[in-house]
Design a protein around this ligand. Structure first.
Ligand SMILES: Cc1cc2nc3c(=O)[nH]c(=O)nc-3n(C[C@H](O)[C@H](O)[C@H](O)COP(=O)(O)O)c2cc1C
Length: 761
């Protein structure tokens, strides 16, 4: 090995000592006599960012492999390709990115320091993108060959600045390129979480120089990231057992640096290939030993760990000096709860901003009911109807006044009317006490999540793409969410079951599955009756709850399949109800049916609804009495039959959906669509349809669409909790007039044509 490189490696190895020591404290737990015979060899393959890696490892960024052996860098790329794993290319490579990418058929990522000069970053990133690199890994700690004799290009930057996890930097980098951004070496778990909120596609955990090793830091970072994106570990992996230990501690994959370099120095390309082969073989042996058949089976139960060093800077470990006020502001956003920087919460803000900035644009974004379905006088009629109902029940004038003007019971005051309507209209037969009236279904989601998710290991499963209201509520509460990808007919129960098992293998407890079974938002899919029954069977088999959200079924045409709640014989379904589409959204009235029995430590049982009401008492105290009165009046006027009451609305929405589809078809006929690579679904009801396009549909495209073409839509990325939807947009067909739909679809077609042509150019 070249002496310059040897000196650097020795110095790195000293810094790495804690990383390596961390693995020494952990051992594997044998699963009986290993994997039972006849089950086939373990499969170490894994999927990261949609790519399958032959094993959960990547070659770490290494400056100077050419100093390890002649042509070391291309040799390293070829060795990685042979092993079926990616290479993270150092920013200090002596080759061009294009040359490295052309060396062998493998995935390349670029690791780069956060240069102060953004023009430098932009240039590097553009080159990487052009060369076909698939991700960026941005790091603050940039080891470089500072030894005087190092070749100039390996001498490292003089202008790298501090914090790669800074949300502003992450957001900027995301806006500067289309590559997913991994943040390496965040200084704390909270920083990692903030980076994810700001849009990081992954986190790379590294050790703290002179402090804790990467493997010691990993569990807290993985917990903070909570499955929102992949977590990689970089530092100290010296064999296949270490890979398993890292995965058991919460990593999705690891990076391997020094061992690959040693392989290169010993025997060039074959040496590096041999190292990777040995590590993968050892990983398979470790999997067999612990009884793991696939990486999804690897969880904390497979290892035993002696306690390692604790964080040197635990919260509250000493007096905290207040940071000086930021110049020109009173507070720092990064010191607020991470959710306020979360893209999930930003989505609606961005859409609102765009709508305000381009008031003449036609907006297919809001899922609002059609304005002309309401008349002011209706409200007074509803209130009168409700008061008459109370009077007919023998309530005194004083009681009537109290009912409208006073605080009300936390759980609500119209549960009897709601329960009657549910029985008449939806065949849902539940006692009024199991219902809590909420401020829209949104509050119901918050209450249910708060009650059900008890600790960091509890996870919420959602069908993906997913309504942002539930993922946003989960984010507010720091709840881990795992998406189960929908297929054409909605979510598949086999996929759900696999997701439940995978979560359990990782040591997490899937608590509930959220789904919109009818005309889902955003994808418009509807589950058939068989899938509904199957879903309830899966819930029973794996002891999870189903959170059924169903706002569109009664404003859609045709007889709907039964709700999950009406099929529920074991109280597995918590039903989230909304009157926003069926009565009017200004009331902000929803409800939750929580008839599950809850046992306390003394063996006494109550209803989940009672627990939700306790939480509600500290959130909104009670739902507006006036709004409840108006909604109850509407339900009473309809004789409880919201389906009949909404027949005109359902016919209207069926018409606007049909008109939108027909105009789209006229503007982009089948042949043209096929040539462009454009497709859309044709939902049988609900408010939304999805258009697939050949270009990325992020905020930049939306901005252009609004500014140059005068049409607004919602990027589907907003609805994918774990990334995805980059080439699709959602159209809401509920709110616009027929003239606006005609003009809006024409504008949209022009935009799609222009953007597709540019993407293809
Ligand atoms: C010789 C050498 C060169 C390295 N060059 C870089 C580099 O250019 N950029 C970088 O981010 N990390 C670099 N690293 C750090 C490695 O990518 C890796 O993070 C570190 O070696 C820990 O992993 P390991 O224990 O598997 O070696 C280098 C490490 C070594 C030993």
């Amino acid at each position: 090995m070249n002496p310059v490189l040897r000196g650097f490696v020795a110095e790195r190895e000293r810094r790495n000592a804690a990383d390596i020591a961390g693995f020494g404290r952990t051992g594997l737990r044998p699963r009986g006599a290993g994997r039972p015979a006849g089950i086939g060899p373990p499969d170490p393959a894994t999927k990261i960012l949609g790519r399958t890696w032959a094993a959960p490892l990547a070659v770490a960024p290494l400056a100077g492999p050419d100093l390890a052996c002649p042509n070391g860098e291309p040799a390293m790329v070829r060795a990685a390709a042979a092993a079926g794993v990616p290479v993270v290319v150092s920013a200090y490579t002596g080759r061009t990115f294009a040359e490295l990418a052309a060396t062998a058929d493998t995935t390349c990522w670029l690791r780069l320091p956060p240069y102060k000069d953004r023009a430098v970053t932009r240039r590097l990133v553009e080159r990487a993108e052009r060369a076909g690199f698939e991700a960026l890994m941005v790091a603050a700690d940039v080891p470089c060959l500072t030894v005087a004799a190092a070749p100039a290009h390996l001498a490292g930057p003089s202008d790298a600045h501090g914090d790669p996890a800074d949300p502003v930097e992450v957001e900027w980098l995301r806006s500067a390129c289309s590559l997913p951004v991994f943040v390496a070496g965040p200084l704390s778990a909270a920083d990692a979480s903030r980076a994810v909120d700001a849009g990081a596609a992954g986190i790379v955990v590294t050790g703290r120089p002179g402090g804790r090793g990467a493997i010691d830091v990993l569990p807290e970072v993985a917990a903070a990231v909570a499955g929102r994106c992949p977590v990689l570990l970089d530092g100290g992996v010296r064999g296949g057992a270490d890979v398993l230990i890292a995965l058991a501690a919460g990593a999705d994959a690891v990076c391997l640096g020094r061992p690959v370099l040693d392989g290169l120095a010993a025997d060039g390309e074959s040496g590096a290939a041999r190292v990777l082969d040995v590590v993968v073989t050892e990983l398979k042996e470790a999997m067999t030993f612990t009884g793991a058949g696939s990486v999804a089976d690897i969880g904390p139960g497979l290892v035993r760990t002696q306690p390692g060093p604790v964080a040197s800077d635990p919260p509250g470990s000493g007096p905290v000096e207040p940071a000086p006020r930021p110049a020109g502001a009173d507070l720092r956003k990064r010191e607020l709860h991470g959710s306020v920087s979360s893209p999930v919460l930003d989505t609606m803000t961005f859409l609102n901003e765009i709508t305000l900035r381009y008031p003449d644009a036609i907006s297919f974004a809001p899922g609002r009911p059609y304005d002309d379905l309401f008349q002011n006088e209706q409200i007074f009629g509803y209130l009168r109807r409700y008061l008459d109902h109370l009077a007919a029940q023998g309530r005194s004038p004083h009681a009537l006044r109290t009912n409208l003007f006073q605080y009300g019971p936390t759980a609500g005051q119209i549960q009897d009317v709601i329960a009657d309507s549910l029985r008449i209209d939806e065949d849902i037969d539940v006692p009024p006490e199991s219902i809590v009236v909420t401020v829209g279904a949104q509050e119901a989601m918050l209450l249910v999540l708060r009650a059900l998710i008890a600790g960091p290991d509890d996870v919420l499963l959602v069908s993906s793409p997913c309504y942002v209201g539930i993922t946003g509520a989960a984010r507010l509460l720091d709840i881990a969410v795992t998406g189960v990808e929908e297929r054409a007919g909605g979510v598949s129960c086999a996929d759900l079951e696999a997701a439940i098992l995978a979560e359990r293998a990782r040591g997490r407890r899937p608590r509930a599955f959220y789904v919109v079974p009818d005309h889902s938002n955003p994808s418009g899919t509807t589950m058939d009756l068989r899938s509904r029954r199957e879903l309830l069977a899966v819930a029973a088999r794996h002891d999870i709850l189903v959170l059924e959200d169903n706002p569109y079924r009664l404003v859609s045409p045709g007889p709907p399949p039964p709700t999950l709640k009406s099929l529920d014989r074991e109280r597995r379904v918590v039903h989230l109800g909304s009157y926003s589409k069926t009565v009017f959204p200004g009331a902000r009235v929803g409800f939750v049916i929580a008839d599950q029995r809850v046992e306390d430590e003394t063996g006494r049982t109550g209803l989940l609804a009672d627990e939700l009401a306790k939480i509600k008492s500290m959130v909104t105290v009670n739902t507006s009495s006036l709004s409840q009165a108006a909604v109850a009046g509407a339900l009473l006027s309809a004789g409880g039959r919201l389906s009949e009451f909404n027949a005109p609305a359902a016919a209207h929405y069926a018409g606007t959906m049909r008109a939108t589809l027909e105009h789209l078809d006229r503007r982009l006929p089948a042949g043209r669509r096929a040539a462009l690579g454009v497709r859309w679904n044709k939902p049988a009801g609900g408010f939304f349809l999805t258009v697939e396009v050949p270009f990325r549909t992020g905020n930049a495209a939306l901005n252009r669409s609004a500014q140059e073409f005068g049409v607004i839509w919602t990027p589907m990325t907003y609805f994918h909790p774990e990334g995805g939807g980059h080439h699709a947009l959602r159209l809401s067909t509920s709110y616009l007039t027929s003239a606006e739909i005609e003009e809006g679809t024409a504008r949209l077609a022009h935009f799609i044509e222009a953007q597709s042509n540019e993407a293809q150019a």
